[in-house]
Design a protein around this ligand. Structure first.
Ligand code: PLP
Length: 449
């Protein structure tokens, strides 16, 4: 048997809030307009009250609303699978398990928070959301969630992806969302960029500015973010809570947990329930955030206050960052091209409670292919970062003759990424160097707090 089942009845009914168990407190987000800690009123312009409360809550367990559970149960609990065929191909004594989030409607872990965010906006009387999307996974997830709650949705999509990923756009259209290539003429932030560079490819930081600006300027519209923020990581903890129960069923517990890390949401989702065990029960478990060598936020960035977007409209957060105006190289894992990282993940890394490593694009595709050919699932290039790090660990176990238990998050499938696999198969994929000079330049523009 490869798959470890969980009954619908065994689905978690509460989210785990790691803020309740941090050994030292977080530093507050700072308003870009006043230079002082962000006030409730500033957040209320773009977020509903329940999400603001969750963002700051130190309640350890937070109930998942009935209506959210009902929708999550369409695809949850997700499978935990023992990758026996991959283990055999590697000849490793390690046990490899993966939690598969690609069974969701949008094909990734992102609907876990999209559904919750749409719900809390809906019950506060908001019927319209704006957001940004890079490769299109978050935009897809929010489009589905908005449709389920009968809300409208406008997605600012990074222009280069808008043209490169036409089927992500079709997907969002299918669920009734409006998709706008960013930078656009709809906002001041977009127009300012276009004035300087009419051919701008856009970036996640620019698209965030556009979506936030519009939401802040309209009574009837709020903004939704797919990663980075505390409440997003909170909603994703269903991944790790389920995985823990599933491993218990087979009498196992991981020595190491791997997840790809862009803004930190699938990493936080699978890892936080295990980081809790490390903090509270002194368990010997190591959680590893895996990032691209070309956008090495944790492994090469600095821990500092920085903006979340290019136009400096979002709160300034203490996090690992490469600088808010750093534009990472156009790797095939669009979901990992963000200059910053979740403040919680950043703090855990700073405090030595988690680990991080970076992998090259060539390893990502080499081991992603091996995974597809052994386990039969096409992984998203983002998820293949976790695969690459897990495989490297499993090969180390083979060398050292160690029988470790490894767990990784397969955050999504790669059915919309076949163009990237073509590039790999045609030998056209390149490894980007660590863009040291550009990062250095961008670091000079950090806000002085
Ligand atoms: C968005 C995305 C990621 C990266 O985002 P995180 O917030 O770091 O999880 C990873 N994998 C998939 C499949 C994604 O869609």
């Amino acid at each position: 048997m490869h798959k470890i089942y969980l009954d619908a009845k065994e689905m978690p009914t509460q989210w785990y809030n790691i803020l309740a168990d941090l050994p030292t407190p977080m530093e507050p987000p700072i308003s870009p307009f006043t230079g002082k800690p962000v006030t409730l009123d500033e957040l209320k312009a773009i977020f509903p009250p329940a999400l603001i409360e969750q963002e700051m809550s130190s309640e350890r367990w937070i109930d998942i609303p009935e209506k959210v559970l009902d929708i999550l149960s369409i695809w949850r609990p997700t499978p935990l699978i023992r990758a026996k065929r991959l283990e055999e191909a590697l000849g490793t004594p390690a046990k490899i398990y993966f939690k598969y989030e690609g069974v969701s409607p949008a094909g990734s872990h992102k609907p876990n928070t999209a559904v919750a965010q749409a719900y809390y906006n809906k019950i506060s009387g908001i019927n319209r959301l704006t957001t940004e999307t890079g490769a299109g996974q978050w935009g897809s997830a929010l489009s589905v969630a908005c449709k389920m709650f009968d809300m409208s949705c406008r997605v600012y999509m990074v222009k280069v992806s808008f043209h490169q990923k036409p089927y992500r756009k079709s997907f969002m259209h299918m669920f009734g969302a409006e998709v706008i290539p960013s930078p656009s003429e709809f906002t001041n932030s977009g127009r300012a960029i276009l004035e300087k560079n009419p051919n701008s490819n856009g970036s996640l930081g620019i698209a965030i500015s556009e979506a936030v600006e519009e939401a802040a300027g309209r009574e009837d519209t709020n903004y939704a973010l797919g990663s980075v923020l505390n409440h997003v990581l909170l909603h994703q903890t269903v991944i790790g809570l389920e995985a823990k129960k599933q491993l218990e069923k087979v009498g196992d517990y991981p020595d190491k947990v791997f997840a790809s890390c862009g803004g930190g949401s699938n990493f936080g989702g699978i890892a936080f329930p295990f980081v809790r065990d490390k903090i509270v029960e002194d368990k010997n478990v190591e959680c590893v955030a895996v990032e691209p060598a070309s956008c090495p936020t944790l492994t090469k960035g600095v821990f500092a206050y920085d903006y979340g977007d290019v136009a400096k409209l979002t709160p300034i957060m203490k996090m690992f960052t490469l600088g808010h105006d750093f534009e990472p190289p156009a790797i095939h894992a669009g979901g990992l091209r963000y200059h910053g990282d979740s403040p919680i993940v950043s703090k855990l890394y700073k405090d030595g409670l988690i680990n991080a490593e970076s992998v090259l694009q060539s390893e990502v595709f080499q081991y992603g292919m091996l995974f597809a050919q052994t386990e039969g699932i096409v992984p998203a290039p983002e998820s293949s970062h976790a695969i690459a790090a897990t495989v490297k660990e499993a090969l180390k176990c083979k060398e050292e003759g160690k029988e470790k238990t490894l767990l990784f998050c397969l955050s999504g499938h790669g059915f919309f990424d076949m163009g990237s696999y073509d590039a790999y198969l045609d030998g056209k994929l390149v490894d980007f160097e660590y863009p040291e000079e550009e990062i250095k330049k961008s670091m000079e523009n950090l806000p002085k707090i």
